[in-house]
Design a protein around this ligand. Structure first.
Ligand code: UD1
Length: 389
């Protein structure tokens, strides 16, 4: 049987949760031969290996070992290394996920080598081009041949940008697949107990966006607000390496460490972190994924940003955008029980990876889709030719 050679690109912490369910479903398909490529954008034990272990991913087939650097350097290093990998063993399809620098870099390499590109989590837009992720999303979606979207707003953005509808399939939210896959282990993790946290009586905090943590003024304001908030309910704050470096550089570490009711801890693996989220009364974050996970779980989420590329978490879910000054009043609203319960968006159901696999098959192998809910669109002649070459 002709097997489609698929490169699945993993790079940074938020990618691993998107790659894992897809890896597990594609790995089972007799028509596909997978190569798991880790670019090395995230490399610390607790930013990378812990996620591979938790999500039951095997060691990558190829590790590009790129590491940190300026945006240009990181992007260029991924491009150079991945171009070489494609020259040595050319895939039939490159699957990139999310919006990190490696996503865009691998999409660029594939596009220039005329290898079809598929983007999982396509169409998200914050409208804020000062966010590096927004640039990565725009470039990746421009280059992609197949665009898998999580929500109707994403379809609308792509249509407004002139992406032909036959390239787009709404597949739902892959992050929910990871949660459902790991749910039992998340419930059994015991992380809340280890940290002495009482169920539904604490808030979990994450911060790493450059706009919040890279300069002293916003980071100091946030630290002050977190300390005020900890007087209302206990906080647990797993600190991203970017944020830790800046807390140290701006002399804010001891202020945080001395605050009562506030635990500053190292970044956690997926299972332990989700155990903390599931038991939290609320989440305070600037991450993309946590806005989605809390919407799915019905937990109030305060997002410290002026925009979100995931507006469905506000229109249908439990998420609100807040400023540092608005944090404490919003927490008071939540503690008073005045917060929308929200609902789970359509196709956020744990079956996104299966819909992606069916879509690849339908587009590239001409097999009928077995998953009814994927939006049916015909494959282009170009895609059919490549897939059957
Ligand atoms: C990256 C992504 C962002 C994502 C975030 C999740 C881009 C542009 N940004 O941001 O979209 O939400 O990951 O974590 O791709 N570092 C370590 N160890 C690591 C990884 C990073 O110490 O394993 C340090 C680096 O040296 C660097 C800083 O953390 O100083 C930032 O890492 P980088 O990958 O550049 O961006 P993130 O802020 O993690």
């Amino acid at each position: 049987m002709q097997r489609l050679r698929i490169d699945l690109i993993a790079a940074a912490r938020p990618n691993f949760m998107k790659v894992a369910p897809l890896f597990h479903v594609l790995h089972e398909q007799p028509w596909c031969r997978l190569r798991l490529v880790h670019t090395g954008q995230h490399y610390d034990q607790n930013m990378s290996e812990a996620f591979f272990r938790d999500l039951k991913l095997p060691p990558p087939d190829l590790h590009l070992g790129v590491g940190s650097g300026s945006h240009a350097k990181q992007t260029a290093d991924v491009m150079l290394a991945y171009e070489e990998a494609c020259a040595a063993d050319r895939p039939d399809l490159v699957v990139v996920v999310g919006d990190v620098n490696s996503t865009m870099a691998c999409a660029l390499v594939g596009a220039k080598l005329h290898i079809p590109i598929a983007h999982l989590e396509a169409g998200l837009r914050s409208g804020d081009r000062r966010m590096p992720e927004e640039i990565n999303r725009l470039v990746t979606d421009t280059l992609a041949d197949i665009l898998w979207t999580p929500s109707p707003d994403a379809d609308e953005h792509l249509a407004a940008e002139g992406v032909p509808p036959e390239k787009i399939t709404r597949v739902g939210n892959i992050m929910i697949d990871s949660y459902e896959l790991m749910r039992e282990r998340i419930d059994a993790s015991g992380e809340r107990r280890r940290l002495g946290l009482e169920n539904h009586a604490y808030a979990v905090v994450t911060l790493h966006r450059p706009s919040n943590v890279d300069t002293p003024t916003p980071l100091t304001a946030l630290v002050d607000q977190l300390i005020r908030m900890a007087a209302r309910l206990p906080l647990v704050f797993p600190v991203h390496p970017r944020t830790r470096k800046n807390l140290e550089a701006f002399g804010l570490c001891s202020k945080l460490a001395d605050a009562p009711n506030l635990q500053v801890i190292e970044p956690l693996g997926y299972v332990d972190f989700m155990n903390l989220v599931c038991g939290a009364h609320l989440a305070i974050t600037d991450s993309g994924g946590i806005q989605e996970e809390t919407t799915y779980l019905g937990i109030p989420c305060l997002t410290l940003r002026t925009t979100t590329e995931r507006p469905i978490t506000i229109t249908e879910g439990t998420n609100r955008l807040v400023t540092a000054a608005g944090l404490v009043p919003a927490v008071d609203e939540i503690l008073a029980g005045r917060w929308p319960q929200g609902r789970k968006p359509r196709l956020w159901d744990g079956h996104t990876a299966a819909r992606v696999a069916a879509d690849i098959r339908r587009r590239l192998l001409r097999a009928p889709p077995h998953v009814a809910e994927a939006t049916a669109v015909p494959a282009t002649a170009h895609q059919r030719t490549r897939g059957n070459a």
